[in-house]
Design a protein around this ligand. Structure first.
Ligand code: AMP
Ligand code: ZN
Length: 712
C-alpha cells in the first residue's frame, strides 16, 4: 500500500465550512471509511490484503476529495487523519486507569519452573486444570490506548507506571491501530483503556539507522530504543515516517468482558487490533517450556524483535485471586532469553587516542548482528584487560552486548586457533602523532602527552563544542575533522575566527548526486556562525568543563566556579587554595594547577578572551540576590524553560540548586510528570511550586523564550 497518507496535511480541518452536502454524500463518506478501515485491518493486522494498493489509494483519494469539499464532515477517526499533526513543545501527562506494571523475570528454565510451581501452590485446592497462556514478549515500548464509544481519543506511554505522556498525535499515525473499533463489545463501551506494545519491524529499524547515519545523527542501539524514541517525537510527521506497528494484549481498566486472556485476545482481534497470532494455551509446565524453546529457535526468523516469552495465568478469575506484588502481577512472568552471543573473527586491535591523550585499545571484528543491531567494534579498555581475557589477534571470539546495548568481547575460542594468531602489543609511541607514550603512576592507562597531537585535538575540539560545554550546534565530528584537515581550526579559539565564506565552501569530502563535491553551503554556514556567536556567553562553568582539564567534569567545574569565580581566579589558585575547597582532593588540585601552568593552555585562554568569549564568571548584569540562602530542587518537565535554564536563573539570583529533597530544601519546583522528589516534598512538608510559581519567584525577569527553540 503506497503511503498516500503523507500527501495530505491537516489544513483541511480548519478550512471554511463547506456547503450542505447532498444527503447521499454523507452516506458515501461513511461507506468509504468503513471500507478503507476494513482493508487497512486486512493489510496491516492480518497481513492478508484483499484489494490492490491502487484500488485502496483510489478509494482513499475519493474520500479525501469529498472531505476537502465538505470539511465539516471530517471526523478524527477518518482514515484521512492518519497524518502527522503539527509539532508539539512537550507532552501532556496522562494518569493511567490502573497502574502499568512491569513483569517479574525468569532468567532460565529453572526459574520459570519455580514460578509455575509457586503459582500452582498458591492456588492450593484450585490448581486442578489451571491453564497458562504463553505469548511472545515483544521488544518495544508499552502503550495505553483509550477509546470512547469506539473512537480512539488518547494514547499514552507507560512513563513511571502511574503517569505517562500523551502521545496521541503520534499514535494516530500508526497504521495498524484502528482509529475506530469494529462493532462489538469493545466498541460499545463508553470508555475503555487497552494496552499493548509499539514496536519497530527489524527492516524499518535498519532503514532508520541507515538514514540517521547518512545524516550524521546518532544511531539507535536497538529496535526498542528506536520505537520508544519514535513514539516520543515532538513532530508527529517524523513518527509517521517511522513505520511503527503494534501488538495489543490487555485491558487497562476494570471490567471483565471475557473469562480468559485467550478469549480477550480474540476480542481484541475481532475489534480490528493487531494481535500476535503466536500464542499458546498450555496445560502443563512442559508445554510452557516447549513454547519457550520454540520461540528461542524461531526468534531470528521473525520480522520483529522479541526478548522472551510472557507466561500468564489464562483465567481472569484466578488472576484476580493471585493479585499483585508492589511491582508486578503474581499471575504473570517474563521468561527472558539468555543474552545473545555471537562468534566472529577479531581482525585487529586499533588504538584510539582520547581527549586527554589516553590510549584505548579497540577490537575490530567482522560485523555480526547481535541483539538487534550490527556491531563490528568494542572497546577492550586497556592492556591488562586484553591479557586477562587471553585474546589474540586473529582469534575467533565470542561477543555479546552488555546490558543489551554496549558491545563487549567476552572470550576467545582457543580450540579454533590455527597458530597464525598473535598477541597484541601496546605501542610505545602515539599512533596519531608519534610522540612517546607514558604510563601514569597509579593508573593502568597509557597516555600521549603531546598537547598538539591531532587525535587529541579532534577530541578536544569536539568536547569544546559539546552540549555540556560551549554547546555549539552544527559542528559534528566530521565537520571538525574537515576543519582540522583544511587548517582552519587547530585550537578552540579558531572556531570564533571562521568566516562565512570559509565555512560555506568547506569541502565535506563527499560527492553529491550531480557529481559535484558536497560543501557546507551558505545557509548552514550562517546558522553555525550564529551558534558560534551565541556560545560566547555560556555559563563559565560550562566553558571550564569544555577546556577538558583532567578530572574536571561538569560537577567539579561548577564547584570551582561557585567557590572561586571566573577562570582567571581559578587559574591563579594555588594547590593549597584549591584543596581547601570541600570535595576537591589533591589529585584534582594538582591537575588544575598543571593545566593552567602550561604556556600552551594559557595561550588558549588569552586567545579565547581576545575573540570575545566571556570567561569572567561575572554575569553581564548582576541581578539582585533575592534568593540567597534558599535551596531548590527541580523535578518533572518544565515547559517554559529547560531545567538547566531554570537552574541558572535561580543561581543568578543567589539560590542553590540541589539534586535531592531534604527537610532543608526551601522549594521543590515540579513540572509535568514529576518524579519521586515530588512525593518526598509532600511527605516532608516542603513547599511545592509549579512553573507559574517559579516565574513569580524569579520576578518575571526571565526572557520570553522563542517558540520552537526549547533545548530539550
Ligand atoms: P520488562 O520491561 O522487561 O520488565 O517487561 C515488561 C514489559 O514487557 C511490559 O511492560 C510490556 O511492555 C512488555 N511486553 C511485551 N510483550 C508483552 C506481552 N505479550 N504481554 C505483556 N507484556 C508484554
Ligand atoms: Zn599523540
Amino acid at each position: 500500500m503506497s503511503d498516500l497518507f503523507s500527501l495530505h496535511n491537516d489544513s483541511s480541518i480548519s478550512a471554511q465550512q463547506g456547503a450542505n452536502p447532498p444527503s447521499n454524500v454523507e452516506l458515501r463518506i461513511e461507506e468509504l471509511r468503513r471500507e478503507l478501515d476494513r482493508h487497512s485491518y486486512l493489510y496491516y493486522a492480518k497481513d492478508a490484503p484483499s484489494i490492490s494498493d491502487a484500488t485502496y489509494d483510489s478509494l482513499l483519494r475519493e474520500l479525501t476529495e469529498l472531505e476537502a469539499k465538505y470539511p465539516h464532515l471530517i471526523t478524527p477517526d477518518s482514515p484521512t487523519q492518519r497524518i502527522g499533526a503539527a509539532p508539539v513543545e512537550s507532552f501532556a501527562s496522562v494518569h493511567h486507569a490502573t497502574r502499568m506494571y512491569s513483569l517479574g523475570n525468569a532468567m532460565d528454565f529453572d526459574e520459570l519452573d519455580a514460578w509455575l510451581t509457586r503459582t500452582l501452590e498458591a492456588l492450593d485446592g484450585s490448581k486442578e486444570g489451571v491453564e497458562f497462556i504463553a505469548e511472545l514478549k515483544i521488544d518495544g515500548s508499552s502503550i495505553a490506548l483509550t477509546y470512547e464509544n469506539g473512537i480512539l481519543v488518547r494514547a499514552a506511554t507507560r512513563g513511571d507506571g502511574t503517569r505517562g505522556e500523551d502521545v496521541t498525535a503520534n499514535v494516530r499515525t500508526i497504521k495498524d491501530i484502528p482509529l475506530r473499533l469494529a462493532e462489538g463489545k469493545l466498541a460499545d463501551l463508553a470508555s475503555v483503556e487497552l494496552r499493548g506494545e509499539v514496536y519497530l519491524p527489524k527492516k524499518s529499524f535498519d532503514a532508520i539507522n541507515k538514514a540517521q547515519e547518512e545524516k550524521g545523527h546518532q544511531t539507535f542501539a536497538n529496535p526498542r530504543n528506536a520505537a520508544a524514541g519514535s513514539l516520543r517525537q515532538k513532530d508527529p510527521r517524523i513518527s509517521a515516517s517511522r513505520d511503527l506497528a503494534t501488538f495489543m494484549y490487555a485491558r487497562g481498566d476494570e471490567g471483565l468482558l471475557t473469562a480468559t486472556q485467550s478469549e480477550f485476545l480474540q476480542l481484541l482481534s475481532d475489534s480490528h487490533f493487531h494481535v500476535n497470532p503466536d500464542v499458546k494455551v498450555c496445560r502443563s509446565a512442559a508445554e510452557v517450556r516447549e513454547f519457550c524453546k520454540k520461540a528461542l529457535e524461531t526468534r531470528f526468523d521473525l520480522p520483529y524483535e522479541i526478548d522472551g516469552v510472557v507466561v500468564k495465568v489464562d483465567s481472569f478469575a484466578i488472576q484476580e485471586e493471585l493479585g499483585f506484588t508492589a511491582r508486578a502481577p503474581r499471575w504473570a512472568i517474563a521468561y527472558k532469553f539468555p543474552p545473545e552471543e555471537k562468534t566472529t573473527v577479531l581482525r585487529e586491535i586499533r588504538i584510539q587516542v582520547g581527549r586527554t591523550g589516553v590510549l584505548t585499545p579497540v577490537a575490530e571484528f567482522d560485523p555480526v548482528s547481535v541483539a538487534g543491531s550490527t556491531i563490528s567494534r568494542a572497546t577492550l579498555h586497556n592492556e591488562d584487560e586484553i591479557v586477562r581475557k587471553g585474546i589474540l589477534i586473529g582469534d575467533t571470539i565470542v561477543v555479546h552486548k552488555a546490558g543489551d546495548v554496549i558491545p563487549e568481547v567476552e572470550s576467545p575460542i582457543e580450540g579454533l586457533r590455527t597458530g597464525e594468531e598473535y598477541p597484541f602489543v601496546m605501542p610505545t609511541v602515539c599512533p596519531s602523532c608519534g610522540s612517546p607514550v607514558h604510563r601514569d603512576k597509579d593508573e593502568a592507562a597509557l597516555r600521549c602527552e603531546n598537547s598538539a597531537c591531532p587525535a587529541q585535538l579532534q577530541e578536544r575540539l569536539s568536547h569544546w563544542v559539546s552540549r555540556g560545554a560551549s554547546d555549539i550546534e552544527g559542528l559534528g565530528t566530521e565537520t571538525i575533522a574537515k576543519l582540522i584537515e583544511s587548517g582552519l581550526v587547530c585550537k578552540v579559539s579558531d572556531f570564533y575566527a571562521l568566516t562565512l565564506d570559509q565555512l560555506a565552501d568547506l569541502d565535506l569530502g563527499r560527492i553529491k548526486q550531480d557529481g559535484t563535491p558536497a560543501a557546507f553551503g551558505t545557509v548552514m554556514a550562517q546558522k553555525v556562525l550564529d551558534n558560534i556567536e551565541g556560545s560566547k556567553h555560556r555559563a563559565v562553568s560550562k566553558l571550564l568543563f569544555g577546556l577538558g582539564v583532567r578530572h574536571v567534569g561538569a560537577t567539579v567545574a561548577e564547584l570551582l566556579v561557585e567557590e572561586l569565580g571566573g577562570i582567571s581566579e581559578i587559574s591563579a589558585a594555588t594547590p593549597e587554595e584549591l584543596s581547601a575547597i570541600p570535595s576537591i582532593g589533591p589529585k584534582i588540585a594538582e591537575a588544575v594547577c598543571d593545566f593552567f601552568s602550561l604556556d600552551s593552555n594559557r595561550k588558549v585562554l588569552a586567545d579565547l578572551i581576545r575573540v570575545g568569549v566571556d570567561l569572567s564568571g561575572v554575569p553581564a548584569e548582576k541581578l539582585p540576590q533575592t534568593l540567597a540562602g534558599k535551596t531548590f530542587v527541580l523535578t518533572g518537565t518544565l515547559t517554559k524553560f529547560s531545567r538547566t535554564q531554570a537552574g541558572e536563573e535561580l543561581k543568578a539570583r543567589g539560590g542553590k540548586v540541589s539534586g535531592s529533597v531534604s527537610a532543608k530544601t526551601s522549594y521543590v519546583v515540579a513540572g509535568e510528570a514529576p518524579g519521586s522528589k515530588y512525593d518526598k516534598a509532600l511527605a516532608l512538608g516542603v513547599t511545592v511550586l509549579d512553573e507559574d510559581g517559579l516565574e513569580e519567584l524569579l520576578g518575571k525577569a526571565v526572557d520570553e523564550q522563542e517558540p520552537g527553540v526549547a533545548d530539550e
